[in-house]
Write a protein that binds this ligand. Structure first.
Ligand SMILES: [Zn+2]
Length: 92
């Protein structure tokens, strides 16, 4: 999205490539990490997750959260082998 590592991760979301200083990479790292996982499990903005967002995105942490969710969606879609099929059959 914003760097080569992100472009590669779009095809291969489990790619371990992260570029230092790239916000999109930082969001992707969060999306694959335990902090976001916990927040997702509890379906709330847990303090550790919010702190992590603030550490990366500062005042724009809400926009950062949207970016993390975007990556998390991409990652979970491609993790499942039948995601293409479910894309085709699911109604909007
Ligand atoms: Zn990047």
């Amino acid at each position: 999205m914003t760097c080569k590592a992100c472009a590669r991760a779009k095809q291969e979301p489990r790619s371990p490539d992260y570029k230092t200083g790239c916000l999109s990479c930082s969001a992707r790292a969060l999306a694959t990490g335990p902090t976001y996982f916990e927040a997702q499990q509890s379906q709330s903005m847990t303090p550790p997750y919010r702190n992590a967002l603030r550490a990366i995105f500062g005042e724009r942490w809400k926009a950062g959260h949207r970016l993390v969710r975007l990556w998390a969606r991409l990652i979970s879609r491609q993790r499942s082998p039948s995601w293409e099929q479910s894309q085709r059959t699911s109604k909007p």
